[in-house]
Design a protein. Sequence first.
Length: 289
Amino acid sequence: MTIDACCQRVQDVLESADLHYGHGASDAQSEALWIVSKQLEQSPSETLEQLAFTISEELSQKALEIAQKRIESRQPLAYLLGEAWLMGVPFDCTPQSIIPRSFIAELIVHESFESWLPADGKVLDLCTGNGSLAVLMALCYPDLQVTASDLSLPALALAARNLDRHHLSDRIELLHGDLWEPIARQDLQFDLIICNPPYVNEQSMQGLPPEYRAEPPEALAGGADGMDLIRQIIASASEYLHERGALVLEIGNEYDHFQKAFGHLSPIWMEVSAGDRQICLIEAEDLRH
């Protein structure tokens, strides 16, 4: 059987069930490719270049078994495989942290933050989770000093594994604490702070499908309007930014709630594949007004 035929077979199985996607794959076709790639021990992009090659019946059967487990468990595929890909970079993935999928990653690899980053700049990845954004920042900007922090010790343990996986343990400092507390403790300031915080509003949390409910709820829930943590972040961010620094926030589908809560700010909305209402950049000067 060709790899292409195997992918189609797995896709058909996935499409026979009422699954939800969005954890690194947008549909059944993408998840099928991901499953087959894992059996071949290579990246999805590599597999796409080998669709005419053959795959053994044993590996094909293993791929189908994972698809069946995906259907029966309704777990995100990344948890079943123990791995997720973000911008072509692999990360260890466990239920200790939400699955890496932030659109901030696109802006990092496309070097969209250059205007705010001096050559020897300092970057903070606030609410780092499994460390994926910090890793991408360190990989794309070798001269930067990168710090990553999180409240969750299990998430930081996973982040440490990912730093080690990419040989970045000596370049990224991990801090444990609640939002600004570990930053204030060390009296740190940064040129850029990136953050993909919990921002899902209460009504949306109640309607999440099983795949999303499998993730740590504290990494998703943002209170009644989704802005609870974002209010705390914005209230104090300027204290930890250099004069010409900036705060980058992912807010998902909460644009209207964000505008209602922070209409006094003048954020720069940054274009990503999901549109121009998902990620905003707020300059330090604006935050200080």
